[in-house]
Structure formats: C-alpha cells, structure tokens
Design a protein around this ligand. Structure first.
Ligand code: HEC
Length: 163
C-alpha cells in the first residue's frame, strides 16, 4: 500500500489476488514477465488470458495470483522465471517488463521505477515471508512453564486456561 504499490493488485486483507470489497473475483494484469532472467530480456511468449477469450486487450494478461504462502512456493510467475523473492522484487522495482526495456505498450503495471532502497526491499521480502501459514506445523505446548515453588497452585494451571 506504500511506495511499492503491490496492494494495487494483490489487495490487502486477503492478499490472494481477489478484489475488494467482496473478495470473490480475481483481476488480470499485464506485467510483462520475461522468458528468462537474462539480458536481452524478451517477453514470455505465453499469451495468457487471450488464449481463453481471444480479446486483444487480454494479450499477455495473467491472473493476479495469491501472495499468501509465497515464501514456500517458488519458483515465481506463470513460467517460473524467478527463483527468489529478491528477483521478483527487483523485477517490480524496475517497472516490470516494460521497465526492463520490453516493448509492451499495454502493460497495466506502471513502468515507472519504484526506486526502493535496499532496506525497503528487505522489509518488503520480510513482509511477504510473514504471509506463510504455519498453523499446521506449530505445536502448542500441553503445559505451562512451572515455577520453583512446587506447592504453588500456579503449577496446576492448564494450558489454554480453565473455566
Ligand atoms: C498491476 C498489478 C500488479 C502489481 C502492482 C503487482 N503485482 Fe505481483 N503479480 C501480478 C500478476 C498479474 C501476477 C502473475 C504474473 C504471472 O503469473 O505471470 C503477479 C505475480 C506475483 C508473484 C508471483 C506469484 C507466484 O505464485 O508465482 C509475486 C511474488 C508477486 N506478484 C509479488 C508482488 C509484489 C511484491 C509487488 C509489489 C512490488 C507486486 N506483486 C505488484 C500483478 C501485480
């Protein structure tokens, strides 16, 4: 929602690519994902949404995907061109495909450079990492830490509380 503007597409609240206020439908955007992460950058040849609707405006448009659990679901983009979140953030920082010099007049992602500092990029990646669902791997302790006095009723407390 700040300088990086990721929330313009990966909307806050759910961060799963659906659009507020109902969070039922997804958007499609043209961001200019390249075929490889090497110069000279070329647009990936997949026509995306156009393949389904044959509407010129949808050429190279892809569904705005969820960024939940993104730290554990590499590689990234429809063709898996980016292996790390650092590469993804660098791509956006440069203004997507058009910012990399790819001719893409219909890019819906603004091609302005975000000019994120190293620290801002680091914080953005930390934020993305915070979207990892750990509920299946976190184990809750069955007991609370005991205190030295063994007679204390505090040692009889049950994790999760009592009625
Ligand atoms: C103009 C809309 C738009 C903006 C702004 C945007 N994204 Fe995306 N994002 C997309 C679309 C569309 C895709 C899917 C592209 C594809 O699959 O080729 C995507 C894909 C991603 C992916 C890869 C998801 C996966 O599972 O492969 C990540 C990570 C991501 N975006 C993070 C960000 C971050 C971080 C920002 C801000 C710096 C950002 N996005 C800004 C539209 C946007």
């Amino acid at each position: 929602m700040g300088k990086a503007k990721c929330g313009h597409c990966h909307f806050a609240g759910l961060f799963n690519g659906t659009t507020p206020p109902q969070y039922r439908e997804s958007e499609f955007d043209i961001i200019g994902v390249p075929s490889t992460n090497k110069r000279p950058y070329k647009l990936d040849g997949d026509l995306g949404r156009y393949n389904v609707f044959k509407n010129d405006e949808l050429k190279y448009a892809f569904k705005t995907t969820t960024v939940r659990n993104i730290a554990v679901t590499a590689p990234y983009m429809h063709n898996g061109v980016y292996k790390t979140l650092q590469e993804v953030v660098d791509f956006y920082d440069k203004g997507g495909g058009a910012g990399l010099g790819i001719h893409l007049p219909d890019q819906t992602l603004p091609d302005d450079k975000l000019k994120l500092t190293k620290d801002e990029k680091k914080k953005l990646i930390l934020f993305l990492q915070s979207l990892t669902d750990t509920s299946a791997v976190v184990h809750f302790s069955g007991q609370l830490p005991a205190i030295d006095n063994s007679a204390s009723p505090l040692n009889k407390r049950i994790a999760g509380g009592t009625d």
